[in-house]
Design a protein. Structure first.
Length: 141
């Protein structure tokens, strides 16, 4: 749905970035479906429970594949730019290389949501990603 107030521009969409441990040989392969399903559940939750200022449902855009390496992160970024994504949520069900997979767009607000099998968010992914983002920007505040 396009914004009826043209001076405000198009309503930004939420980008969902499913990141994964990229090691092949059974590790990545065992996590692909779980991680993509996690991304789909997050998108459904947001679309069904959040509304834009004009009452329309929040639209979500999910990366075409899981993201485990820089080329996959770049393809995701290209899709998000085309689709008008204004903020991103990185979801993961496993350990991953934060600096290779995190959303590095300097103007896009972002969040990280993960599950590492212990019913606690994976603080290591968050810590590395936050540290890299702070180093790149010079500040995280």
């Amino acid at each position: 749905m396009q914004n009826k107030h043209n001076h405000l521009g198009a309503i930004p969409k939420v980008g969902i970035r499913p990141v994964i441990d990229a090691r092949l040989g059974g590790i990545r392969e065992s996590l692909e479906q779980t991680t993509m399903a996690m991304a789909e559940r997050v998108a459904n939750f947001l679309s069904n429970n959040l509304r834009n200022y004009n009452g329309s449902k929040v639209e979500c855009v999910i990366a075409d594949t899981t993201i485990g390496r820089v080329p996959e992160a770049q393809k995701c970024e290209e899709k998000f730019l085309r689709e008008g994504v204004g903020l991103s949520i990185t979801v993961t069900s496993c350990w991953c290389y934060g600096t290779e997979t995190i959303d590095m767009n300097p103007t896009r607000p972002k969040a990280i949501w993960g599950f590492n099998g212990t019913e606690r968010p994976d603080c290591r992914v968050f810590g590395r990603s936050l540290g890299r983002t702070c180093a790149k920007r010079g500040s995280c505040l």
